[in-house]
Design a protein around this ligand. Structure first.
Ligand code: HEC
Length: 141
């Protein structure tokens, strides 16, 4: 799977041949290109989840997930539901295991394309961490 992602990345490099002139650092966040892999800024990768993955946290995250996220990502996280297919929602089982909690939380509070930032749903930053604790349980099955 990693191979596919790298392919997608390199094919989005600008189309003019070599990518050697690309500046190092954080890639720009495209406004409307779901084909380009979404990468959280380096600085977010090491941010620790302040919410321990307790049963209570996971339960809280689950109830929020089932209310706000299931429409596009499906109960199983695979996004194999009509709305998810229509907006090209990410398969969370494939995409999240390789990412840190900090990177995922940044994506939740930032949003991209059809994936709105959680504050748009009235979900707090803190609850974003609970949601991540729940999503981690989906990928362990
Ligand atoms: C309206 C449909 C929609 C809803 C509702 C939605 N998402 Fe998404 N989500 C998307 C789309 C589309 C993407 C891919 C965005 C992109 O790459 O441009 C995405 C991407 C993500 C990613 C990043 C995956 C990656 O590629 O790294 C995570 C994590 C995520 N969603 C979690 C959630 C959670 C948690 C909720 C509920 C709070 C939620 N989403 C609600 C459509 C949705």
């Amino acid at each position: 799977m990693g191979g596919t992602l790298y392919l997608v990345l390199s094919s989005c490099g600008g189309g003019k041949g070599t990518d050697e002139s690309l500046p190092a650092g954080e890639p720009p966040t495209p406004k409307s290109d779901t084909a380009q892999v979404w990468v959280a800024p380096e600085s977010t990768h090491g941010v620790m989840n302040p919410q321990p993955a307790s049963a209570a946290s996971i339960e809280k995250g689950k109830s929020i997930y089932l209310q706000y996220c299931v429409t596009c990502h499906g109960a199983d996280g695979k996004a194999e539901v009509p709305a998810g297919i229509a907006v090209k929602a990410s398969n969370l089982l494939e995409r999240t295991p390789a990412q840190s909690d900090g990177a995922l939380h940044w994506k939740l509070i930032t949003g991209r394309n059809a994936m709105l930032k959680i504050s748009a749903y009235g979900i707090s930053d803190e609850d974003g961490w609970h949601i991540i604790n729940y999503v981690r349980t989906l990928t362990k099955i």
